[in-house]
Design a protein around this ligand. Sequence first.
Ligand code: ADP
Ligand code: MG
Ligand code: MG
Length: 894
Amino acid sequence: PKYVYDFTEGNKDMKDLLGGKGANLAEMTNLGLPVPPGFTITTEACRVYLASGAEPPELRDEVTEHLETLEKKMGKRLGQPDNPLLVSVRSGAKFSMPGMMDTVLNIGLNDQSVHGLAAQSGGDERFAWDSYRRLIQMFGKTVLGVPGERFEEALEEAKRVKGTESDLGLDAQDFRKLVDTYKHIVREHTGREFPQDPREQMDLAIRAVFDSWNGERARLYRRQERIPHDLGTAVNVVAMVFGNMGMDSGTGVAFTRDPSSGRQGVYGDYLQNAQGEDVVAGIRNTVPLQELEKIDKKSYDELLRIMEVLENHYRDLCDIEFTIERGKLWMLQTRVGKRTAAAAFCIATQLVDQGLIDMDEALKRVNGVQLAQLMFPRFDENAVAAGKAKRIARGIAASPGAAVGKAVFDQDTAVKWSQSGEKVILIRRETNPDDLNGMIAAEGILTSRGGKTSHAAVVARGMGKTCVCGAEELDVDVKLRRMTAPGGIVVEEGDVISIDGTTGQVYLGEVPVVPSPVVEYFEGRLDPQDAGADELVRAVDRIMKHADAKRRLRVRANADTPEDSARARRFGAEGIGLCRTEHMFLGERRKHVERLILADTEAEREEALAALLPLQRQDFIGIFEAMDGLPVTIRLLDPPLHEFLPDLTELSVRVAVAEARGEKNEDDLRLLQAVRRLHEQNPMLGLRGVRLGLVVPGLFIMQVRAIAEAAAERRKAGGDPRAEIMIPLVGAVQELEIIREESERVLAEVARETGIELDALIGTMIELPRAALTAGQIAECAQFFSFGTNDLTQTTWGFSRDDVEAAFFSTYLEKGIFGVSPFEALDRDGVGRLIRIAAEEGRAARPDLKLGVCGEHGGDPESVHFFHEVGLDYVSCSPFRVPVARLEAGRAAV
Ligand code: ADP
Ligand code: MG
Ligand code: MG
């Protein structure tokens, strides 16, 4: 294979082979932009090196060949003593990994060529020695492994001796001395001299870039960002241009538009007489890019022209790195820039208006994760700016949301305080399964260690709780119940803090929370057509409309009350995919359920059911009304009955206490017997779902009657109720047949009684592997399937969700057994395969079978794409997730 490509040979679509930086340098070269010449060593060469421990044998000759071409172009040889060519050796993987890998500038300088460089620059000795000391510093650190502080300390010392604050105060003589000091540091640390041979410098630097792929920080970053470990990095060798040749030179970074709002304009920073990382390293104060117009108008104008060329070419926001050498502008890097969620929506529609992209492309440029971020309530930035709260640290944004509460450092305090009505934030170094109750009690969780797959992060996301993790600037002392932030700020137990799980920011004090304008828009309280409407709201509106027009999947909501149903409808739900009935048996109604369970005689049971019937009917009337004209899928009772009875321990204590007093409560005794009888080792796999309908006479019949009577009543009132009756946890068609027959009998009875014909559908959930595998049989008896992916994931993996997430999922994620929890994103290979089988065989048996999904995966961006692929009719998710599912269903269809 070919291991080295000249910049003239590549293009932007070759990122796999040339890495992002190399591919884009080639693209800019071919666009005719001023890029210093150079070449790229492929990721394939890196992979060979990493696998075998040695560079591929052909590499050396290929590099020599390309170096010679470069030397010819530049008219000088690498490190040539009287007129040296200098190069940079830069890492660049397919995905940008900020600050993870390293770059060495000024390669080719040594004790001879430093004089040549000075002569080349018209006798600028200061520049030449500054460049040389930079080489030793960067090379020493990244190639030879000398701790960077050693060099930084020496530089500080030189400034101190000279009595200057800035490196601009140092002259040629000072840098020359610094070179000696640096060389000494290298000798002391490595037992060898700083290498003088330019080619050896280059080869060692290339190898160091290869090695940096497996550095600890790089591995950690890849794990967190789920970037595969076997991609390898490319290496770019680029002719040096110099921003440190005096005040008419400099270096800068820029965005082609504002990455936080998308607004067009000039965004960037510039630093005169500086090289490479100086701009971001903060060694001196940079100036806003606008000021370059005054400093060097010609270069400024050219830069703006190039930014326009890049935007038009990439049809997107780009970020760039550039250097000016004595009035001549050079482009050193570009890529499609990162942006905030809000900017993503705004930029996409701006580019449509500019005619650069169409609406399909705009839809692809945003995603459901960004939309979900925009829907969380957020901290009021004005309040932060007004000094109401102080930003004290930043960690990893692990689970979105804005949480405010009193700092607590242990689970007991978290539970105790929250029980007495306080809002608390649980702060730990890292969490483990013992912290679970504290995490449940807290408004939010903050840790100083661990990344996106740490225990805190995984469990918080599972609970939908705000979490910032890995805030390493914070020193958490659990014993003393306090944490220390930079600048000596101490947060004691009970102090109020605010954490932002969307940005990772941590504040001392209470930051007021404001509702998201995007939610206000979905709720219908903000009109995007209003003259004063926010650009973001208008952008979201346009893109959502396009998604709705394009999508094939319908989107329904999981909602159990009229209020939730109405809200879901405002959010665009096209029906209810899951109306749970269990909450309708709680509260006041518990006593009827108890009587039902305890009934000894037919009459007692009938009486309890008769009491429940009108209550249930009323529940359904409200929901049908809110969802008038749209389908409402009602699931008959699913959870084990003992969930409606008192806790076994509490009840036993009550009975024992009564007995000790010599009292005897007959009802309690009977209840205790029932609780004992219904106690299960594995309730999840016990008496629940359709099994209840088969075992408890009259229960499902009562529910079906309530649905039918409610529908009839709505019809009488002029409404358009569309009931769908759903039987949970079916594993065999025989179970369904019995319930279906009974249900149809009840529907017919109610039709006779009311004189109203009802066309309710009867279907089943597919949430057991056996149901999926016998879907062909089940479809004979079911008018629709709804995949209950939460239970289907539990039963397919054999995971009890309530237990495994806290106990060991973080370990599984860290060991790479899966990249995301299968409860967050659908497991395509296992659970997904069952869904595919059931969909195909179900449709084969009954072509008009309706297919939907009602697990939480229905609102997960990635999973929605899968459901689209499999050809389901709809997804159903929590009301808040409906817009996310609509957007992703649209994206899946374009
Ligand atoms: P990173 O990926 O960390 O941004 P880069 O490879 O882009 O690292 O290089 C770091 C800095 O060095 C950048 O500011 C870049 O502009 C500068 N730089 C890299 N190569 C050259 C070169 N040939 N001439 C001048 N400056 C360079
Ligand atoms: Mg860079
Ligand atoms: Mg279920």
